[in-house]
Design a protein around this ligand. Structure first.
Ligand code: AMP
Ligand code: MG
Length: 358
């Protein structure tokens, strides 16, 4: 790390220790950091984001051992900690958040009133250095205004939080683009509360059976999501987004029919396409998310595209649907939320029992 960068990160660490807020890059999305053990810092985070105070924050650490100070030391938590160790060996540092029973050290302001705490050890070197300089425990939700897409660039943070926080560290474009996988280790079997880069299959290889919260891909389960934040309408662009599922040809034909009709009425239209299909569309704004052969590219660009639509003032947008394999499940989870679960299915060939049609 360059000397200048080190000095800047030291200064940022001092801001955190003094109770201030610093936005910083991680491998998933930009985070808005505050001292996780200081209830005033957590309150400031909620205020800056306009985040409901029952939506708990993830505590970021920079060494596995630091987990012991913030996790309850009880008979019950020992087995959970053994699972945490196994997952840490496999996936930390990285895009995985674990839920464990909290110790007295973690203020309820940080956990949204819960007796559990969400913990992550990110792999991004800037994030690790900031956490170390900032005292070792950094509460950091995504650095966006509540309800807007999470930031994958420092510019997105600036759009939402400029003037409301003490510092923004620009680390360029993030690597993954969607938030961490959250796994709850306080239940047996452990349960995924939010899908991300680390998939159910990857977790199962380490822990055996791992469940997924049923609310993740359907809004029709009649149940409340277990991660409080997942119940809010997130990632919403200002216009109406519809996901169109089906074969490539049928999807393109249908979207063109719709956008032609809307454009004739003077409505500004947008499409989320892929490298393979971007030349097929007539819409006013056609955005290429990435290649279907590289799902990570789609994850990385998704939120930026939703923000671009807002900037361009598109009123009706359509997105192709993506496979649920690998990180595709996380991509579809975010897209379905952005679309308010508004899906048009144009082919009986698509086997996707997860999507709710409207
Ligand atoms: P963000 O950091 O903005 O990506 O949001 C953090 C997510 O983690 C939200 O959906 C929270 O509801 C969830 N979360 C944080 N702490 C807990 C916890 N103790 N139990 C369940 N979910 C949590
Ligand atoms: Mg968020």
């Amino acid at each position: 790390m360059e000397e200048d960068d080190k000095e800047c990160l030291k200064e940022a660490g001092e801001i955190l220790k003094a109770g201030g807020l610093v936005a910083f890059p991680t491998e998933t999305v930009y985070g808005l950091g505050g001292d996780a053990l200081n209830p005033d810092s957590s309150r400031k985070i909620y205020a800056a984001k306009g985040r409901p105070s029952d939506n708990p924050l993830i505590v970021h650490i920079c060494r596995f051992e630091d987990i012991y100070r913030i996790v309850a030391d009880t008979e019950e938590s020992r087995k959970m900690l053994a699972n945490a160790r196994k997952l840490s060996d496999a996936f930390w540092p990285g895009p995985l958040t674990m839920i464990l029973p909290k110790s007295e050290e973690v203020p309820l302001e940080t956990t949204g009133g819960l007796n559990t705490v969400a913990i992550r050890f990110p792999s991004h070197k800037t994030a690790q250095a900031l956490i170390a300089y900032g005292g070792g425990y950094v509460a950091a939700p995504s650095a966006n205004t509540s309800g807007r897409p999470s930031p994958s660039l420092a510019r997105h943070v600036q759009e939402d939080l400029n003037g409301k926080i003490d510092m923004i560290i620009d680390g360029g474009e993030v690597e993954i683009g969607i938030e961490s996988t959250i796994v709850d280790l306080t239940v047996e079997p452990p349960q995924i509360l939010r899908p991300g880069y680390v998939t159910q299959e990857m977790l199962s290889r380490v822990l055996g059976t791992v469940d997924t919260d049923v609310t993740i891909l359907s809004d029709k389960s009649g149940q409340a999501p277990k991660a409080p934040g997942m119940k809010y309408r997130h990632y919403a662009p200002k216009g109406q987004l519809t996901i169109v599922a089906g074969t490539k040809e049928k999807v393109a034909a249908y979207i063109n029919e719709e956008t032609d009709r809307l454009q004739a009425q003077g409505v500004k239209t947008g499409v989320i396409a892929t490298e393979e299909t971007k030349n097929l569309y007539h819409a006013d704004v056609v955005k290429c998310a990435g290649s279907r052969t590289d799902e990570l590219s789609v994850a990385k660009h998704l939120y930026g595209i939703l923000r671009d639509f807002d900037e361009e003032g598109t009123e009706k947008m359509f997105s192709e649907s993506f496979d649920y394999a690998g990180i595709g499940q996380a991509v579809m989870n975010r897209l379905l939320k952005a679309a308010g679960h508004h899906v048009d299915r144009k082919s009986t060939r698509l086997n996707s029992s997860h999507v709710s049609e409207s």
